[in-house]
Design a protein around this ligand. Sequence first.
Ligand code: UTP
Length: 275
Amino acid sequence: MIRKCLFPAAGYGTRFLPATKAMPKEVIPIVNKPLIQYGVEEALEAGMYDIAIITGRGKRALEDHFDVSYELEHQINGTDKEACLTDIRRLMDRCTFSYTRQKEMKGLGHAILTGETLIGREPFGVILADDLCDGYSNGVMAQMTRIYARYRCSVVSIEEVPQNQIEKYGVIAGSEIEDGLFMISNMVEKPGPEEAPSNLAIIGRYILTPDIFDILRETPPGRGGEIQITDALLTQAKRSMVLAYKFKGRRFDCGSVAGFVEATNYYYERMGNGG
Ligand code: UTP
């Protein structure tokens, strides 16, 4: 039902310097797979096979990852190493990839607005690949498409975070209309401990209806001088309806070194290598 998924990947990744000086953080691997590939696999599991990526300067490695590497593939053809490319070849066969550049890093809202030319007027998913999610048997984006199918409005994914972490997130307030599903009445981007309307923080998974582009165009810069998707979603929530869904699974903030290390250990063990 939703065919397109947008991956904003133009950020500077300053928390990961110097690694991100010449390399996008989205190609940093968790064990042996780049973050962006986990994200594309999650999109595909949700039936989204048109992948739209927002890139910036120094992000060529992202495009190369989803392209054929003739020399390498010729070299390992017919050897046992070929199996290592099975997953990525499958993605490349099943998905289309399109790219556009965000010329100035004016925030996540601006990055999403830059994607309008690739998305057009249809609902779409958004995955921030540095938020790595293990939805166990059910990818988080697939879980969200089931909510969208019932309510046909924008949906954001949320999780409970400890009070001392809340200022890193967009935080919602709302009424619980079903177990774990909230109708949003307020949202604050990166609130101080006193301003936070709840402990429910938005993580890097969204389903957005296309009117969000019109709203983003009118949204002035907010916190940090950036165009905030949280501000645009609040406008949308007031005009119509936006839902917040407490996803089932586990999330790692791989934009931070601590989250990256935690995810690496978790996925390494899950691959049967631990202990
Ligand atoms: P972050 O807040 O993680 O920013 O952006 P960042 O620049 O990537 O990393 P730090 O904080 O400097 O370490 C959240 C997501 O939004 C994208 C990023 O690529 C990331 O996936 N983004 C952010 C853009 O595409 N463009 C922007 O202008 C800002």
